[in-house]
Design a protein around this ligand. Structure first.
Ligand code: ADP
Length: 531
């Protein structure tokens, strides 16, 4: 069996050279391909840009029958198939954009053995026609791309994906199955493996970390200022600005245009024509910056994206990792920046609360949102945070993210300021967010502060010598250092609460040493280019 494997992988590598012009497989690809060639149901978890397509395309060329690729991206199927044809690989697709007679022609071509790869959307599998295809055509391998869509634990669950997977297992001639995804937590991985009967021996997860990406979280709230400065500091670089709503896209687009930046926009509220135009302008480098909702980018294969900036908080870390991961596919150094503001937490919460999800699903989504918020305040390497979230626990420090750089700063004793903040929060009965806390500490004459009687607190005005921004920044740092937490259960704003560590500080039994946050964002060090 070992011998067969060795011969197969050598043959596979020859095909890689012949069709794709690459000399060798990447280590992750080799293991996945070996496992598929040896006839095992296999799961591959590889980051975006890791090279998942080749993992099933090469076996497809080697197997005697047809390989079906289940993909949710109808809009990309044509491009994927055209790309394969250019390489000299015969492939076709069937989806709802085709007329019935075109579908018949394609099935005929499949029957004649001309075509090796067939791309379809899972919905298609539910029709009777596909039942017949599976029963009459020599389907050898079924690849499930974006396999996390199978799992109810996943961030992008699609019922048709799951029912399709269940149907595959009931076929009289059961094909080999390969499930591929870029993002899978342990729960999702286990769920897929159980459903598709994949043994743990045949699950391969390549390293999640992307050495060429530098992650940052920018928390000071001056989002527009940050973006204009960033665009000025990085002229000519290609980047994506993600917003969470269409309205935000429109507003930011208008603002940046008024500031004189050539920018495109993309969201589901635009016509097909407008969207295609924007996508093409971006793909062909006619425009460098695109502002978009998450409707943009699924499967975008643009290699030279130098930065991805999230103007709003993403829904969860899976989405964030996937969207940010569109930067730097060519391996050159690129930046992924998240602009945090507490009001975005409320937007995401609102979207979850008002969605049509089941109550259980909502609870799950809220816990994922919690992890997303924790990420914004973590003080560990951001890539290490992803690694932990996705269930791998090997130690890793990228050395280039906001946190890895920040730690170079000196530690200062901030006990007195921290005590002021903690006692203020305590006196306010832990019922307010950082904006109100900082206004009280500053002694603000804001109407609401006065009408709530917060000016009568003994902590009112005890940090007059600091700006509101400085106090909020310090509060954020205290969250990162586990003295404070943000309670997301409050309906209107995330509420600041003290942790047991803060109580110790108030009692005088603990001192607060904080690193000076000297290097917080890439703004300090623009245009580093490829390191
Ligand atoms: P994914 O689907 O995992 O996001 P792709 O399959 O689109 O990634 O591959 C990403 C890029 O890496 C593509 O440009 C692809 O041609 C390239 N690539 C894949 N495998 C190899 C390899 N063994 N050697 C060099 N480049 C590769």
């Amino acid at each position: 069996c070992k011998w067969v494997n060795r011969v197969s992988i050598e043959q596979a590598e020859l095909l890689l050279q012949k069709f794709y012009g690459y000399a060798t497989f990447r280590p992750g690809q080799r293991k996945i391909i070996q496992s598929i060639l040896a006839g095992h149901n296999t799961m591959g978890i590889m980051p975006t840009g890791g090279g998942k397509s080749i993992c099933y395309q090469i076996p497809a060329l080697m197997f005697p029958g047809i390989t079906i690729v289940i993909s949710p991206l109808i809009s990309l199927m044509k491009d994927q198939v055209d790309g394969l044809k250019q390489l000299g690989i015969s492939a076709t697709y069937i989806n709802s954009t085709l007329q019935p007679h075109e579908i018949d022609q394609r099935i005929e071509a499949l029957r004649s053995g001309e075509v090796k790869l067939l791309y379809i959307a899972p919905e298609r599998l539910e029709s009777e026609r596909f039942q017949t295809i599976f029963e009459t055509l020599p389907i050898y391998l079924v690849t499930i791309d974006e396999a996390h869509c199978i799992s109810t634990w996943g961030h992008d669950f699609r019922p048709s994906y799951r029912s399709m997977a269940e149907r595959l297992l009931t076929l009289p001639r059961r094909p080999l199955i390969a499930a591929l995804t870029a993002t899978a937590t342990v729960d999702v991985r286990d769920d897929i493996a159980n459903l598709l009967q994949i043994s743990p021996k045949h699950i391969f997860s390549t390293k999640l970390e992307r050495d060429n990406l530098s992650f940052y979280v920018h928390r000071d709230g001056q989002k527009r200022e940050f973006i204009t400065q960033y665009l000025r500091d990085h002229p000519g670089q290609t980047g994506i600005l993600y917003c969470s709503t269409r309205k935000e896209v429109d507003q930011l687009h208008r603002y940046l245009q008024e500031e004189g930046f050539p920018v495109a926009k993309y969201h589901a509220g635009m016509s097909d024509l407008e969207r295609n135009r924007a996508q093409e302008a971006f793909s062909y480098d006619r425009i460098q910056t695109i502002i978009a909702t998450n409707a943009f980018g699924m499967g975008i294969d643009k290699s030279n994206v130098r930065f991805v900036i999230h103007y709003n908080l993403p829904r969860n870390l899976e989405c964030y990792y996937q969207e940010a991961g569109r930067a730097g596919r060519d391996g050159d150094r690129s930046e992924c920046i998240l602009l945090f503001s507490p009001t975005d937490i409320q937007t995401q919460k609102y979207l979850i609360d008002h969605s049509e999800m089941t109550p259980e699903r909502k609870t799950l989504e809220l816990s994922k949102l919690r992890c997303m918020v924790d990420y914004c305040f973590t003080d560990e390497c951001y890539q290490q945070a992803f690694i932990r979230y996705f269930g791998n626990d090997h130690p890793y420090t990228c050395g280039t993210c906001g946190n890895c750089r920040k730690k170079l700063g000196e530690a200062e004793d901030r006990t007195i300021d921290a005590q002021k903040i903690f006692s203020c929060i305590k006196r306010m009965n832990e019922r307010f967010g950082f904006t109100v806390v900082s206004k009280v500490l500053r002694g603000s004459k804001n109407k609401r502060i006065l009408s709530w009687g917060l000016d009568r607190l003994s902590t009112y005005g005890i940090m007059k010598d600091h700006t509101e921004k400085e106090i909020i920044q310090l509060c954020h740092q205290l969250v990162s250092n586990h003295y404070l937490t943000l309670d997301l259960s409050h309906p209107s704003v995330p509420v600041a609460k003290l942790t047991p560590l803060a109580i110790e500080v108030l009692k005088g039994s603990r001192r607060v040493l904080l690193h000076r946050e000297e290097i917080r964002t890439p703004m300090v060090e623009p245009s580093r280019g490829s390191l």
